[in-house]
Design a protein around this ligand. Structure first.
Ligand code: SF4
Length: 365
């Protein structure tokens, strides 16, 4: 694109953003595919500061354990799961999971994001007891448990509706859901990389029913495999529309696909690096005009990219992730403690603040 045409497009989009007007799909396509990345970043940063003045960047003290790696869903991008009966398959008892939550709580965690494979051997009561006992024994910890596809699986195995399972989890004390398992919410992509999970509506239905009942959740996106710009726009449009209905999403959290040890690995010709990540963050800040927070995934993209992300529209640093096994299965490992998070956020020019799962601020540093 010629320089003058590019700057005309940028001016038009900047004017829309400053006026609080919603960006169109064409705007989104240009931002994703042609716009100079630094221009997109500057627009996103301006909007982030206009929406959230005060230069505060939040983080959460959390852990991300898993309760089973047994799964019957065979996602092409997953290095974590094992089929039932595999010698490397494992499932924790309720007490073992609670032991992990106790360990996270002893280190100051206020959120535990618990997820696992789709293990048909686990009864409904296993899930409900985990929530109930976490609430009872560790009241300071928010049980941020079970992604949409796990809830779908629990519903299917127990011949219940999605809403019934959510009602039972709510009765047990759960109030938030993690946004994992969305991948890219386009029919084409989900059919290719996770055909047994159902189309985008499967993920959206769980979050819609959850928001209808007062749950809060996050929306994630795992890009960098078989998607094209239109698939990403399908994803952005779907979650923006759902947010218009109930306002139940707290944050958007994108990260890049890690191909190590996955079935999809051989098809990936080009690893998506920080340049794409920063563009994705900035576009999400601009396009998802009804999302309060955008999270910098230091864990998935690295600490330095995480710091730069704070200048591309992100206002949250994510969590400490005391335990993480899913990226580790793809040979991707990264660690950070609270002191280091505080230093990294300060170094980037912001005021660090510890938050809850629902983004309420607990303490400024
Ligand atoms: S991503 Fe989740 S549902 Fe898919 S194979 Fe892995 S554990 Fe199973």
């Amino acid at each position: 694109m010629e320089l003058s045409l590019a700057s005309a497009c940028a001016d038009e989009i900047r004017d829309k953003v400053r006026a609080g007007a919603r960006l169109s799909r064409e705007d989104g396509r240009w931002l994703l595919t042609e716009a100079p990345v630094l221009e997109v970043g500057a627009m996103a940063e301006e909007l982030r500061h206009a929406r959230l003045p005060g230069r505060v960047v939040t983080f959460v003290i959390d852990s991300n354990p898993n309760y089973t790696n047994v799964c019957i869903t065979d996602c092409q991008f997953c290095a974590f799961y094992r089929k039932p009966g595999d010698p490397e398959a494992w499932t924790l008892t309720v007490d073992e999971v609670l032991g992990k939550i106790e360990s996270a709580a002893s280190k100051g965690a206020t959120t535990v994001l618990l997820q696992g494979g789709h293990n048909p051997a686990l009864p409904l009561d296993y899930y409900l007891t985990l929530v109930r006992e976490t609430r009872r024994r560790f009241p300071q910890v928010t049980p941020h448990f079970f992604t949409a596809s796990e809830i779908q699986t629990i519903a299917g195995l127990n011949r219940l509706g999605i809403g019934d399972v959510l009602d039972l989890l709510r009765e047990a004390g759960q109030r938030t859901l993690p946004g994992g398992g969305a991948e890219v919410l386009s029919e084409r992509v989900r059919t290719r990389i996770a055909p047994k999970k159902g189309g985008p509506q499967a993920w959206l239905e769980v979050h819609r029913e959850a928001h209808r009942r007062g749950f809060k959740s996050t929306a994630t996106m795992m890009y960098g495999h078989v998607e094209q710009a239109d698939d990403l726009l399908d994803h952005f449009d779907a979650i923006r529309s759902l947010q218009d209905e109930f306002g139940g999403f707290t944050a958007f959290v994108p990260w890049s696909f890690k191909p190590g040890n996955t079935l999809l690995e051989k098809w990936i010709k080009h690893y998506q690096g920080p340049n794409t990540y920063l563009r994705m963050l900035a576009v999400s800040r601009l396009y998802l005009d009804n999302f309060p927070h955008v999270q910098a995934s230091w864990f998935s993209e690295g600490k330095k990219a995480g710091q730069i992300a704070l200048h591309f529209g992100a206002d949250d640093w994510g969590g400490t992730l005391f335990e993480e096994n899913v990226h580790a299965a793809a040979d991707y490992v990264n660690h950070v403690g609270v002191d280091e998070i505080v230093t990294l956020i300060r170094e980037a020019g912001f005021t660090p603040a510890q938050r809850t799962t629902e983004y309420d601020i607990l303490k400024k540093y």
